[in-house]
Design a binder for this molecule. Structure first.
Ligand code: NDP
Length: 276
């Protein structure tokens, strides 16, 4: 799969979503997020992943407006935070996010975490927003197979995306198979395991062969697995580096070698055991 930087996957409702996005978790509201998003847009990213809890939606919105890029060429994702889950409160949270972003429609709205006893009501609000055309696609984040099965059982609309932790130490084979069967696009958060995998000898060896960095090899592995990836950086050089993935291709053997690094090891919280 050799895809240009603006290459897209098609979600089950027909919406096109870029394979590569720019994550802004822990990027500070104000100058830092405005500058980083502008660099990302200059580098060619067209998809930005934020969340209400990141508290930087205003800066994301400002960077988008000041970039001069047409709204229809952008793909903007935000997420409803756990404390706002429930039907009415999700509708309220959505309006707050839209005001902060300064947008009149959103490309993708996600349930941030599967809060037990709440996520089905939350999903009803997501379906309403989708039917009203306020959101082009709706999805979930941090859902395990059992959460998805439970949600789909009562849902009118199946989630289009599941954004989960995914990197060479957490390859999520069972979840990937389920999402593929259900036509739910998987999206990788912390694709670089927050920078912790970049000294791995196997990744270094593969990266040397292509004159690429270990980060580029990991992100390329995501794309070749058909997984949308959203690396974060606040450094202009690394923002460009993470987008420069479209002029090399890993062999089947290299793909398997990276798959073999799996340890079922999470960097972030466990979706079956979180208390926030
Ligand atoms: P990443 O795996 O993207 O790693 C980011 C870290 O790696 C930063 O410290 C960054 O530092 C460093 N880095 C980035 N590129 C390079 C490079 N080329 N070489 C060396 N170091 C690099 O972690 P995130 O946790 O930020 O995940 C990405 C995005 O996923 C988030 O921003 C967010 O949008 C989303 N996410 C979603 C979650 C969810 O629950 N749905 C949870 C967590 C994340 P520097 O900035 O200095 O370059």
């Amino acid at each position: 799969m050799v895809t240009p930087i603006k290459g897209t996957t098609t979600l089950h409702n027909g919406l096109k979503m870029p394979w590569l996005g720019f994550g802004v978790f822990k990027v500070e509201e104000g100058n830092e997020v405005i500058q980083s998003v502008k660099w990302a847009l200059e580098a060619g990213y067209r998809s930005i992943d934020t969340a209400a809890i990141y508290r930087n939606e205003e800066g994301v919105g400002r960077a988008i407006r000041e970039s001069g890029i047409s709204r229809e060429d952008l793909f903007i994702t935000t997420k409803v935070w756990n404390k706002a889950q429930g039907f009415e409160s999700t509708l309220g949270a959505f309006e707050k996010s839209m005001n902060k972003l300064g947008l009149d429609y959103l490309d993708l709205y996600l349930i941030h975490w599967p809060v037990e006893g709440k996520f089905k009501e939350t999903w009803k609000a997501m379906e309403k927003l989708y039917k009203e055309g306020r959101v082009k696609a709706i999805g979930v984040s941090n859902f395990q197979v059992h959460h998805l099965k439970d949600l789909i059982e009562d849902a009118e609309i199946k989630p289009m995306v599941n954004q989960v932790e995914f990197h060479p130490h957490l390859t999520q084979q069972e979840l990937r198979t389920f999402c593929r069967e259900q036509n739910i696009q998987m999206e990788a958060w912390s694709p670089l395991m927050h920078g912790k995998l970049l000294d791995h000898p196997a990744l270094k060896e593969i990266s040397n062969k292509y004159g690429k960095s270990p980060a580029q090899v990991i992100l390329r592995w995501d794309l070749q697995h058909g997984i949308v990836t959203i690396p974060k950086s606040v450094n202009e050089h690394r923002i460009h580096e993470n987008a420069n993935l479209f002029d090399f291709k890993l062999t089947e053997e290299e793909m398997s070698r990276i798959d073999g690094l799996n340890r079922n090891e999470r960097f972030g919280p466990d979706p079956d055991n979180f208390d926030f």
